[in-house]
Write a new protein. Structure first.
Length: 358
């Protein structure tokens, strides 16, 4: 049983904690927070041991009626591995704490790549993470791109990737980022940081990326053009992607024409927090001209990296191979949308939801 601690219990941390808690080969030791807000109360209600991330603030938790099991140093000492889900930049500051306890740690994509020995995507480079002391799960956008690039590279070879990323202005709870009424090239210079980040997974990949930020909170949308090394058909690419467990090819006829309906679909299906762990590729967008392949995909920035964190734990602990880990993660988190559904079919509890006619 792998004992896992989660430092940071916000947008990513609470989802990682739930995912770890669902795994039969992992034990969630506890979670750490800086303040006793509603998320701290929720964690305790879920039965998670709470630790004060800033020791001097420990009395604040008692004052707020949140019982704590200790401070973050104790969590780090007691865990076999820590998943750091703190805000960008804080993870790098925490590294010395993990080093002092000789506790391996996983960082998130908001940290610079040099915070860890390896940047990680389960589909693309699982084996490079085996036995590592420190790994970085790449960002939501890099995760989404890597999940498509890996099977295309294996099946056909990839000559060049061009991606335009239309990015949400903030997560739903990040009201400090809005309200806004603007469309921003972000960054204005080319390429955006996403291309170099993808190259931490595929070092030899030729990739150009452009980024835009729009006044939305739901999801990111990617416009993807990949020049392949061999001639293929759109039908063949579609079948290839449909065979990927963490890619959902949206069937024509469901009436899902945007991120809003995708989120509604997830909520109707009973997905926790309306999460979409899978890349959501519009099937009718998959097109091939010569060796150029095109598609649109939506990436749920709050949840697509969650299964990657679980797989990174197993890789670093050398607890399972790639296929076994991904299958176990998918089963117990509930990943997978089968065929042309009237709803989602989840292997863990077979949640189903009917789509009402417009």
């Amino acid at each position: 049983m792998i004992r896992v601690g989660v430092n940071g219990y916000g947008t990513i941390g609470k989802r990682v904690a739930d995912a770890v808690d669902s795994q039969p080969d992992m034990e969630l030791v506890g979670v750490a927070k800086t303040q006793p807000n509603f998320e701290a109360h929720t964690a305790v209600e879920r039965g998670y041991d709470m630790y004060a991330a800033i020791p001097d603030r420990a009395p604040l938790f008692a004052e707020a009626g949140v019982e704590i099991a200790g401070v973050v140093d104790e969590l780090v000492a007691d865990a076999d591995i820590i998943v750091d889900c703190t805000p960008s930049g804080i993870g790098a500051e925490n590294k010395s704490l993990y080093e002092s306890h000789d506790t391996p740690a996983i960082f998130q994509g908001g940290e610079d790549a040099d915070v860890a020995e390896v940047s990680f995507n389960a589909r693309a480079n699982f084996d490079e993470c085996v036995g590592a002391d420190y790994a970085r799960v790449v960002s939501c956008n890099t995760t989404g791109l890597s999940r498509v690039i890996a099977p295309l590279e294996e099946a056909y070879g990839v000559e060049k990737v061009r991606a335009t990323l239309v990015r949400r202005g903030g997560d739903p709870a990040q009201n400090s980022r809005g309200p806004i009424n603007d469309i921003l090239p972000n960054p204005i210079e080319i390429p955006s940081h996403h291309g170099p980040d993808v190259q931490t997974i595929f070092p030899n990949l030729d990739i150009d990326t452009l980024g835009l930020k729009v006044p939305a909170t739901l999801m990111h949308v990617h416009s993807l053009n990949v020049t392949l090394e061999s001639d293929v058909t759109a039908a063949h690419v579609r079948q290839l992607l449909e065979d990927e467990g963490r890619v959902y090819v949206i069937p024509e006829g469901l009436g899902i024409d945007g991120a809003g309906k995708l989120k509604d679909f997830a909520l109707d299906a009973g997905r926790p927090r309306g999460d979409l762990w899978e890349n959501c590729v519009w099937g009718e967008s998959i097109a091939v001209e010569g060796r150029d392949m095109y598609l649109f995909q939506a990436i749920h920035q709050e949840s697509d990296v969650i299964p990657e964190n679980v797989d990174a734990v197993r890789a670093m602990m050398d607890a399972a191979d790639k296929a076994e880990s991904m299958a176990r993660t998918d089963e117990h988190v509930g990943i997978g949308i089968e065929g042309d559904p009237a709803g989602f079919s989840r292997e863990d509890d077979h949640v189903e939801a009917e789509l009402a006619d417009d």
